[in-house]
Ligand binder design. Structure first.
Ligand SMILES: O=C(O)CCC(=O)C(=O)O
Length: 329
């Protein structure tokens, strides 16, 4: 088992030590090398193996994703790629600007979602894959399954749309498969997967079975992507020069709850049908509803994508992201 796989199971003290991540960075030097020119480009003077966080970028680069620019809607009409999309997709892209998400109904046929569910189930049974330390998430199942990889994680039509939405080519970064709802509290992915310039992350959420109000559906807060990005400097993370604060994630989620109350954000549940895909903006607040029917399954897959040519890191754990080898530019 690689150190990284071992760490996915581990929940103890070592998780809080920045030095452990530095060691892991050194062991994965090949996957960090591409950061050297990026650090130079964005004026960052530090080792590619060092801890990395938003405090290292006191002034952000002027590059703002086009979807977040004030004249994004007007720019669309002059965009030839946009003109090539169907009328239905054009409307969804327009709504993405204001809502921070879009839903592609019935994107995957039932045979494909069924085949993926069977593969997940049989590999879990055979011990060829496993949940990580959360007990709910199966990390990077695409590494175990050509179907998960080619049809879901690297689906050409989705990659094309995601690259359009980010305005840069996307790098498939990570996938998570669930068999039960996550019941995760509201958060923005940008605290976990962060970029400089900010906003260059995007995700797909794929329903592998029908959702109901009681099997822990995904929820989200439309329009919340327009709020400022929350960083570890915005709440009492407990981080020190050498450690990540105890319960840093809980403290972050408390902060998000406060923001939701303050802005009176309206929650919406995604009662998805099998095969539906939801695409969310890097800063859209979302999470998993409580499972009201004990034992009810809610099979789904989440895929996260960074953009090429930006610095990718993990603000919560203050470390550079280890991009997959094929993503190296
Ligand atoms: O599927 C869910 O319940 C939530 C997943 C999620 O929040 C995430 O992957 O960031």
């Amino acid at each position: 088992m690689t150190l990284q796989r071992l760490f996915q199971k581990y929940t103890g003290l070592l998780r809080n030590l920045k030095a452990v991540y530095v060691l892991n960075n050194l062991l994965n030097a090949g996957r960090l090398k591409q950061n050297r020119p990026l650090y130079r480009r964005y004026g960052l003077r530090k080792s590619i193996f060092s801890p990395l966080g938003s405090r290292d970028f006191r002034v952000h680069d002027a590059d703002i994703p086009w979807v977040d620019q004030p004249d994004a809607a007007e720019k669309l009409n002059q965009n030839s790629e946009y003109q090539s999309f169907s009328e239905d997709l054009k409307k969804k892209i327009e709504r993405f600007l204001t809502d921070g998400y879009m839903i592609l109904e019935n994107f995957f046929p039932e045979e494909e979602t069924e085949a993926l569910n069977l593969e997940v189930e049989s590999q879990l049974k055979a011990g060829k894959t496993a949940y990580n330390y959360t007990g709910r998430k199966i990390f990077n199942f695409f590494e175990n399954s050509a179907l998960a990889d080619r049809r879901f994680f690297r689906n050409p039509e989705l990659l094309h749309l995601l690259s359009f939405l980010l305005g840069k080519k996307v790098i498939p970064f990570q996938s998570l498969n669930f068999t039960l709802g996550s019941e995760q509290r509201a958060h923005s992915d940008s605290i976990h997967m962060t970029t400089e310039p900010p906003g260059y992350l995007i995700a797909t959420w794929i329903a592998l079975e029908d959702c109901t109000p009681d099997n822990g559906p995904l929820f989200y807060y439309p329009g919340s992507h327009r709020l400022p990005y929350v960083t570890t400097g915005d709440y009492d993370s407990g981080n020190t020069a050498l450690t990540i604060g105890d319960n840093s994630n809980r403290r972050y989620e408390d902060k998000i709850e406060e923001i939701i109350r303050q802005h009176k954000l309206q929650k919406q549940a995604f009662i998805a049908k099998r095969g539906d895909v939801l695409i969310w903006h890097a800063n859209l607040l979302h999470g998993g509803s409580p499972i009201l029917k004990p034992g009810a399954t809610r099979r789904s897959m989440v895929c996260h994508y960074f953009a090429e040519g930006v610095i990718c890191y993990h603000e919560m754990s203050q470390r550079p992201a280890l991009l997959p080898k094929q993503g190296i530019i």
